[in-house]
Design a protein around this ligand. Sequence first.
Ligand code: ADP
Length: 256
Amino acid sequence: MTETTEPTRIQVRGLAKSFGDHQVLRGIDFESRRGTSTVLIGPSGSGKTTVLRSLNVLETPDCGVVRIDDVEVDFAKLPPGKAGRKEGARLRAQSGMVFQTHNLFPHRTVLENIIEGPVVAQGRPREEAVADAKVLLDQVGLGDRVDAYPSQLSGGQQQRVGIARALALKPRVVLFDEPTSALDPELVGEVLAVIKDLAATGWTMVIVTHEIRFAEQVADQVLFLDSGVIVEYGTSAQVIGDPQEERTQRFLKRIL
Ligand code: ADP
């Protein structure tokens, strides 16, 4: 937990989303400051992943505003067609997503997987992207596996490559969608340790996880969601250590 007076990096106001008749988000508001970790916890189906995917415009909320640094999208006013897609893409470029499974290109080496985004999508010089990728691979503990293919790596190592790949785009915010839920239990720790290290080096992160002990250690801010609303938020000591709301208490009792 770090006290911070850093500027707001993420601002979310009034986010709402329905799938057909099912209202999945019912007005989500929160802010994250630069260099902090925000962890979303809550029962399965409460809307955590939909919040995360909305930040990255993988889902388009029905209304609400998302701002990441100086890029703001008001979803109720998003123009139709190409103009709307362009606005969405600007917001998407502010964040990098780490998914449950890594989706690495199987026929490309670890290094090639990581430099693809910076070189092809961002047009950065290859040598610069390679140098950055090597630093990132060192950071995730895979500096010696640059030339390996994904199939030669364990699931935990593959997920760490997935993290390096998201960071290689130099996003303002890194989003983690249950980054360890597809891993065998013995591989979870190494991935969580990498995420904890990244939090300590100043990345701004939003993390959806069921790993409550990890959430407790990494979060500057915990949001507890239930049925599409933030029921309780605060520091991990407040929300996990001393929950005030009955729904939070019940959830934590069930999973701890
Ligand atoms: P959580 O991450 O908390 O488990 P989600 O955000 O994944 O919750 O899902 C919230 C609810 O929205 C769930 O009931 C889920 O079935 C529903 N949902 C999510 N995505 C879709 C979709 N693309 N189409 C229809 N329903 C969806």
